[in-house]
Write a protein that binds this ligand. Structure first.
Ligand SMILES: Cc1ncc(COP(=O)(O)O)c(C=O)c1O
Length: 189
């Protein structure tokens, strides 16, 4: 199924909001983005955030790209509070610093590949990722998440039974976490 055929199945009066929060971490963001759909369909909007690859989660800033007519409607019904000036300045500066984003994505891709190699070696099932997190499954996942937490690493649990979601961090964290996971898996064997 292509991006186009997916959207074509949605009635014209149904809004389609496409969340591209993690797009910058994809191998080829320009090819992956759904932005071209905004030009073709009046009911499509693409959402972006500065909370991920831009590293500005605490600034609470993002933006949406949508047809002008749709923006005009949303403008009427949105909450009355505007984005504060500091957040706007930070967002514009961040947008201009694409080197930072590329570097963050490149570092993430290196660590992500290390995790995928690690899971392959350990025989652990995971979903290949284009983001800054990976879902993987082990038996007794709650125990592993608790063991990691006790060593200072918090992973998301309870999303699905026996599935965990780890966020990719710096190389030092990858090394320490992989050693902990490998030890834990050995104890389970
Ligand atoms: C899927 C997804 N979309 C969007 C966001 C955006 O978050 P924010 O409200 O920080 O812009 C997040 C953050 O966790 C997310 O996981």
């Amino acid at each position: 199924m292509t991006r186009d055929s997916t959207v074509c199945q949605v009635p014209k009066d149904t809004l389609v909001f496409i969340d591209e929060a993690y797009l910058d971490f994809a191998d080829d963001p320009a090819k992956t983005t759904c932005l071209p759909l905004v030009k073709r369909y009046q009911n499509v909007a693409v959402l972006r955030t500065f909370s991920k690859a831009y590293g500005l989660a605490n600034v609470r800033v993002g933006f949406a790209v949508m047809p002008v007519a749709l923006a005009a409607i949303l403008q009427k019904i949105r909450l009355p509070y505007n984005l504060n000036t500091l957040a706007q300045v930070a967002a514009v500066a961040a947008l201009r610093d694409q080197d930072f984003v590329r570097e963050a994505a490149a570092k993430n891709a290196v660590e992500r590949a290390k995790w995928e190699d690690f899971f392959d070696q350990q025989g652990v099932k995971y979903f290949k990722s284009q983001a800054n997190f990976i879902y993987f499954t082990v038996k007794n996942a709650d125990e592993l998440s608790q063991a990691l937490l006790e060593k200072g690493f918090q992973v998301r649990h309870h999303l699905q039974p026996d599935w965990l979601r780890l966020t990719i961090g710096p190389a030092e964290d990858t090394t320490v976490m992989q050693a902990l996971v490998a030890d834990w898996l050995k104890q389970q064997a």
